[in-house]
Design a protein around this ligand. Sequence first.
Ligand SMILES: NC(=O)c1ccc[n+]([C@@H]2O[C@H](COP(=O)([O-])OP(=O)(O)OC[C@H]3O[C@@H](n4cnc5c(N)ncnc54)[C@H](OP(=O)(O)O)[C@@H]3O)[C@@H](O)[C@H]2O)c1
Length: 330
Amino acid sequence: METTNINKIEKNVSRIGLGTWSIGGWMWGGTDEKRSIETIHKALDNGISLIDTAPVYGFGTSEKIVGKALKSYGRRDDITLVTKVGLDWQDEQPFRNSSRERLQKELDDSLRRLQTDYIDVYMIHWPDHNTPFEETARQMAEFQKAGKIKSIAVSNYNPQEMDAFRAHAELDLLEPPYNMFERGIEKDILPYCKENDIKTLVYGSICRGLLSGKMSKDREFQGDDLRKTDPKFQAERFDMYLKAVDKLDKFAQENFHKRVIHLAVRWVLDHGADIALWGPRKPSQLDVIGDMTGWQLKEDALKEIDRIIDETITDPVGPEFMAPPEKTEV
Ligand SMILES: NC(=O)c1ccc[n+]([C@@H]2O[C@H](COP(=O)([O-])OP(=O)(O)OC[C@H]3O[C@@H](n4cnc5c(N)ncnc54)[C@H](OP(=O)(O)O)[C@@H]3O)[C@@H](O)[C@H]2O)c1
């Protein structure tokens, strides 16, 4: 497993991280605790040492499952645990709230659910434009000073928002969306992070399963699965994206003897991101991990991938549908 470092974390961190939103069930058609714990253990056995969770993932469910899995696995100090803060909810409707009071309550709740006494990387989930960034950043710095958290991170922030935050606390990491089909961060966010020594932990590497190679037009999504309304999974757009996935799979097989899921994660790692989050929800989905490392995409291959995407995706759409509302909009 390739590794990297995050400022203030005194251990190596795997460049592939386990995302546990779907393990929380909410917006993914439910969950199974035993299967989820087996998945987390298998990920750790296979060299993944970073786990990403959040209070809002199943309104505590994902964090509780991660906590149980870590407790039974042991070796807490070898694992980089990432959780988030700054979303509140009412009747399962999340909204942004990064006020001092909310942050204080959420940290205590997360530590309890995760059965730990510190968080390695603590992250503001979405920018809250109704709370001064100074208030949020200063509270994070206080948590850090008290030893409750090690590194400070934000997610879904743009450079102006990061500037405002960094005036009051040291920022070590950003978590933005990034995959072959969702490249909005390339213009100014990725360069800003490189310039300012902020690591990138990117989410959606396989684009909510679209780039797994297992997705088909006949797939029926269960319960509250977000892909029922995700614009990439609708009608003609879905056909267009699936066509691109087929071409990319062919390209991966012919040139590297790999499949599209390996190519998708490799692309993120070889295209400027420090760490790629990927969200397997059952142990068998981790079987592909061996072929995600130990090889690289060079200039020519990256250009050919761009060509395939440009010629096939004529009506692209981004991940913006996932953004939760501001407090004032609820
Ligand atoms: N900071 C943020 O705002 C934010 C936002 C989104 C995500 N995230 C984080 O990033 C993580 C990853 O992003 P994502 O949830 O969008 O996940 P993703 O990795 O792009 O997609 C996850 C889905 O892909 C499918 N999948 C995974 N491995 C597979 C395999 N080997 N074969 C076939 N299908 C496979 C599974 O769905 P099925 O089996 O149901 O098809 C799984 O639920 C999240 O879990 C979360 O930790 C953060």
